[in-house]
Write a protein that binds this ligand. Structure first.
Ligand code: THU
Length: 130
């Protein structure tokens, strides 16, 4: 199964009754295994979680911490880039050259590296004096 197929399939399970914007995410980890996630909204709006966060949680729960590739899909006019928080979450487990492919349900896509998504990322080196 391709990452796009996995993200497309899982997207149908997104719980998005408030925004009506369903998002699916799929991660290929270092082992080659695919982990998926969807956005899960909440009536207390800030408690909702993004699809990327769900896929990362599934990956870590399975014992993996290295992302090789990411695919995100939503029904939007143009490929939707991950939110700021998800960029930082992806960067925790992905090197700067890892590719993130953003897709629409009608077939548009755009690929960006993690470095391009999150220039100037905060990382452990910034805490060197702590
Ligand atoms: N959302 C994601 O799941 N991933 C993104 O990259 C962008 C936004 C979700 C959060 C919320 O449930 C809905 O899309 C609208 O913002």
């Amino acid at each position: 199964m391709t990452l796009l197929q996995a993200a497309t399939t899982v997207r149908h399970n997104a719980y998005a009754p408030y925004s009506r914007f369903k998002v699916g995410a799929a991660i290929r980890a270092a082992s080659g295994a695919i982990y998926t996630g969807v956005n899960v909204e909440n009536v207390a709006y800030p408690e909702g979680t993004c699809a990327e966060a769900g896929a990362i949680a599934a990956m870590v729960a399975a014992g993996e911490t290295v992302i090789a590739e990411v695919c995100v899909i939503a029904d939007s006019p143009e490929p939707v880039p991950p939110c700021g928080g998800c960029r930082q979450k992806i960067a925790e487990f992905a090197g700067p050259d890892v590719m993130v492919t953003l897709c629409t349900t009608d077939g548009k896509s755009r690929s960006m590296s993690v470095a391009a998504l999150l220039p100037g990322r905060f990382d452990a080196s910034h805490m060197a004096r702590s």
